[in-house]
Design a protein around this ligand. Structure first.
Ligand code: FES
Length: 410
């Protein structure tokens, strides 16, 4: 660093009074620098260039390898597609997700998938995502039938807030995972054992059957190599269990207390909604402050009709939505039990979306008229948005005819 840079960037702490005087020199110093500056126009913008690398709007990727994890889960290795303009991958924080954009029957849909590789793997040129096939999964069926080595995939940059923040979080993390909710914890565990994250992880991983456990061998090996940083406890809910050293049933307060110092840790939860609701009731018993419990949004609501306050009398109805999107206005049908976002996608209007969990605000739209149902459990909107009728179509359900204005996808 030369003398001029030192003057610009370095603040040396001397004492309260001296530091105070140092600030009095800021304006004269800035004037001096402006006088000395060149008249040549600035041709590059390094700050914006860096921001584009860290937060790209889109990443063009190619499937480089596919690995079977269980009979219904596969890990896809994604590398940059330089032909389409992605030469390096955006770095991320362990726990974040990619929103994949996939065209199925000419309809573009998006789905968020946690990155299951470690942040340092992104610097080596790849991401892993691990996908479990859902029984009637529209997209997962398509992926199973069509994705092969060489398939091109479009994704967002890394997104989401399910990550460890050393300034906010305690260093002892208790991960509670269910089913494919294990995927962000693989990334967290790897970052911890690689030393890029200064924390310890105790993982309580619930599965219905032994065969459903994803990454069993891999976690076992990591645990054996780093017993001071990682501990994994499997909790199986099936009737017959042969796995040694596991717990049976569900992740109850008793099991949590058996393995964790609950007052001195932070909980990270990722799994199906039903598991989340069960676990949250267990954690309530410990009377923890809200900030000690972080959860990954779990994607779209699959059974809105079972929500206690959902108006059941409209469940069978289909309403009309008049949707303005860019310069296009179209009237589309929408079932009360499907989200407004799904209705827009079905009509091929390509609405913007990323998390599909009501959290990121990327699909934020204006309700001009009509009524929607939004579950209070997942209403992440700002107070001003609630006041001025903005809503998140991914987590809102039509309960009357309505008119809306939707932003266009970038
Ligand atoms: S897609 Fe994130 S809030 Fe709707």
């Amino acid at each position: 660093m030369n003398e001029e840079d030192k003057e610009r960037f370095v603040i040396t702490v001397k004492s309260n009074t001296k530091d105070l005087f140092a600030f009095t020199k800021m304006v004269p110093n800035r004037k001096k620098r402006i006088e000395k500056a060149s008249n040549e126009p600035i041709k590059s913008d390094p700050i914006n260039a860096l921001a584009r690398i860290l937060h790209p709007e889109r990443q063009y990727l190619i499937i480089d390898e596919i690995r079977d994890e269980t009979k219904s889960a596969k890990t896809f290795k994604l590398v940059p597609d330089s032909e389409l303009g992605t030469s390096e991958l955006a770095y991320f924080r362990a726990g974040q997700y990619l929103s994949l954009k996939v065209k199925v029957n000419n309809v573009e849909i998006t789905r968020p998938y946690s990155i299951s590789s470690s942040p340092s793997d992104a610097l080596e040129g790849f991401y892993n995502i691990t996908i479990r096939k859902e029984e009637h999964g529209f997209l997962t069926n398509y992926i199973w039938d069509n994705w092969k080595v060489g398939t091109k995939v479009v994704s967002s940059g890394p997104e989401g807030f399910f990550y460890f923040e050393p300034l906010r979080d305690l260093k002892t993390i208790i991960g509670i995972a269910g089913g494919s909710g294990i995927t962000p914890f693989r990334s967290l565990a790897k970052a911890i054992v690689e030393g890029t994250m200064d924390a310890k992880l105790t993982l309580l991983y619930g599965s219905s059957e032994e065969d459903d456990i994803i990454f069993y061998d891999e976690f076992k090996k990591l645990e054996e190599e780093h017993p001071d940083k990682l501990k994994v406890i499997h909790v199986l809910s099936c009737d017959v269990v042969s796995l040694e050293g596991c717990e049976t049933g569900f992740i109850t307060a008793d099991i949590i207390e058996k393995y964790c110092d609950v007052k001195n840790c932070i909980f990270f939860i990722c799994g199906p909604q039903i598991m989340y609701e069960f676990v949250i009731k267990q954690l309530v018993k410990f009377e923890l402050p809200q900030k000690r419990i972080r959860r990954e949004a779990f994607g779209e609501i699959k059974d809105i009709i079972n929500y206690p306050d959902f108006p059941k009398e409209v469940a069978e109805k289909t309403f009309k939505i008049k949707a303005q999107i860019g310069n296009v206005t179209k009237e589309i049908p929408a079932m009360a039990t499907e989200s407004v976002l799904v209705a827009l996608e079905r009509a091929n209007l390509a609405p913007p979306s990323k998390c599909r969990s009501g959290e990121c605000g990327f699909c934020r739209s204006l309700l001009i008229s009509g009524d929607i149902y939004i579950s209070p459990i997942s209403d992440w909107r700002k107070a001003a948005d609630k006041k001025f009728n903005y809503f998140h179509p991914c987590y809102s359900y039509p309960i009357s005819d309505m008119e809306i204005r939707v932003p266009r996808q970038l």
